[in-house]
Design a protein around this ligand. Structure first.
Ligand code: ADP
Ligand code: ZN
Length: 527
């Protein structure tokens, strides 16, 4: 590295100042750099934009030998290396985009000790040729970026990351620093296990993104709600809209364009050339809205994204955090907005049930989904709930989420819950919310008559509430875990073990009253 001999090693701060042009370390960076420069391994959990690169780039230049950075994102590697070269650091990339002779030259420089930092894709690193090369070379450290990609339960699972367990086995003396912005307890445990970090410290930076305002609304007519959200609050601003399917991406983008909003679709079914053209326009032009499946966003560095909108429920709180985290990376106010309804839960459950995963995979996926539904239904602070999921304690109220700005009223919904649960039970636990509401309201239709559900004791017992109110009750009973979509995935709602306590009057059920969009807006205007 920079210092030709151990006695002349540069200090961490001088590397930060002179090489990176940054005045001082931020948050836990100084501590992490000192630990790694001293030869220690660790896991670093830091939100996107928190400054993870400094944590391994500075020690890379303080230690002897070449630092090897494992990253799954070729575009990001290229950008990082370009930046390092500009700063006078001897950095290079080894991946599939290089020609044979270019790769051979990089290998020669590694062997000759002429590189400070080598960025390499995991599948390349794991080739016998590359491992043999590294065994002959002098190594400063391994940095494993996007370390959550080892997690089989995660949304970014990359099978080639599993193989990185060889690093601990074949290079036990070289420090390993794993970095990720995804940090629920399970993912964390998997990273520690796979990368052999059980004896190493974990550095956790705060995951709070205080400039992001969270809002989760009830899905009514999503397209119209989205258009109103953009037109009223983000006209002319850049944003990302996430949808689950390619078809919905196309439809939504087209509808936004009809509404006068410059929107472009982005999904894996589009031509690579079209995709990169749309991505470039989003990054380079002002005020472009990209409508995308989750494939979009990883590795895109656009600081002034003013909103992220979800028209479909993500799979987990980690996915929601990661996707919403693409808003406001410049630190200025930004919004994370989501419209969700009970059909989203049913749809996600069906996708899990129909997936080819193992039973364990399905169970974990269901738990992750339930945790996200809990966030969507909470009457408390969204931020506190979100950070709590990542094991971080936060104040009870943040003042910058829908529930803090306009606290929902809660009411004792125990009797309503009993009626709805009884209705699901008496109709055989096979029906979805639409049918149950018709029975509760005593609204006759052909199906009800054919099934003779109009003769049941629960027929018409819910006439005191509206269709909409009953749907809100059903959704919250699912969120609270008293009702669950049936495992066959036909959309039927079944009682869970905890439903018994509700029916017997032993468990009180507090429900949130729906706040109307207009009231929330008025309160916001006042705030
Ligand atoms: P991450 O990989 O965690 O998303 P980066 O390493 O890309 O974050 O850093 C995000 C931004 O923060 C970069 O623009 C970087 O220059 C800046 N940054 C990182 N550390 C510091 C620091 N100590 N002081 C000022 N800016 C910093
Ligand atoms: Zn809040």
């Amino acid at each position: 590295s920079l210092g030709p001999s151990p006695e002349r090693r540069p200090s961490a701060l001088s590397v930060l100042n002179t090489v990176f042009g940054l005045p001082s370390f931020r948050g836990a960076q100084a501590e992490i750099v000192a630990h790694v420069a001293g030869g220690g391994s660790c896991l670093v959990l830091m939100p996107t934009g928190g400054g993870k690169s400094v944590c391994y780039q500075v020690p890379a230049l303080m230690r002897d030998g070449c630092a090897v950075v494992v990253s799954p994102l070729i575009a990001l590697m290229r950008d990082q290396v370009a930046g390092l070269l500009e700063a006078g650091v001897r950095a290079a990339v080894l991946n599939s985009t290089l020609s044979w002779s270019e790769a051979a030259e990089v290998e020669r420089r590694v062997a000759a000790g002429e590189l400070d930092l080598l960025y390499v894709a995991p599948e390349r690193l794991l080739t016998p040729r590359c491992l043999a090369l590294l065994e002959r070379a002098r190594l400063a450290l391994f940095a494993i970026d996007e370390a959550h990609c080892v997690s089989q339960w995660g949304h970014d699972f990359r099978p080639e990351y599993i193989g990185l367990s060889v690093l601990a086995e074949r290079f036990p003396a070289v420090p390993r620093i794993a970095l990720t912005a995804t940090a629920d307890a399970r993912t964390r445990a998997e990273i520690v296990d796979r990368l052999g970090l059980s004896d190493s410290p974990v550095f956790v930076a705060s995951f709070d993104r205080p400039n992001i305002r969270y809002e989760i609304v009830e899905k009514k007519s999503p397209q119209r709600q989205l258009e109103a959200f953009i037109a009223e609050r983000h006209a002319g601003e850049a944003g990302i809209v996430y949808c689950l399917s390619r078809g919905k991406v196309e439809d939504t983008a087209a509808a936004l364009v009809r509404a006068g909003i410059p929107a472009l679709p982005y999904h894996a079914g589009l031509d690579a050339a079209v995709r990169s053209r749309h991505q470039d326009r989003f990054v380079d032009q002002d005020g472009v809205v990209i409508v995308a499946t989750i494939a979009f966003g990883m590795g895109i560095d656009k600081p002034d994204v003013r909103f992220v909108a979800h028209l479909d429920l993500p799979k987990s709180i980690e996915a929601y955090y990661q996707e919403t985290g693409r808003a406001g990376r410049d630190g200025k106010p930004a919004e994370a907005w989501m419209a969700y309804g009970i059909s989203d839960i049913v749809q996600q459950r069906r996708m899990i049930d129909e997936s080819t995963g193992t039973d364990a995979f399905k169970r974990v996926s269901r738990e992750k989904l339930e945790a996200l539904v809990g966030l969507a239904e909470t009457a408390g602070c969204r931020r506190a709930h979100l950070l709590g999921y990542f094991g971080e304690r936060a104040g009870a109220t943040c003042g910058n989420c829908d529930n803090c700005l306009s606290p929902p009223n809660v009411w004792d919904g125990s009797v309503a819950a009993q009626k709805l649960l009884s209705c699901a039970y008496r109709t055989g636990q096979r029906f979805g919310v639409a049918h149950l509401v018709d029975v509760l309201l005593g609204r006759p239709n052909e199906r009800i008559e054919a099934l003779r559900h109009d003769t049941l004791s629960v027929y018409g017992i819910g006439a005191e509430m509206t269709d909409k109110q009953w749907r809100a009750v059903a959704r919250q009973l699912v969120a609270l875990g008293h009702l669950a979509p049936d495992p066959e995935g036909f959309g039927g709602l079944r009682l869970t073990d905890t439903a018994r306590g509700v029916l017997k009057g032993e468990t009180a059920v507090w429900l949130r009253e729906p706040t109307s969009g207009r009231k929330a807006r008025r309160d916001r205007a006042r705030a």
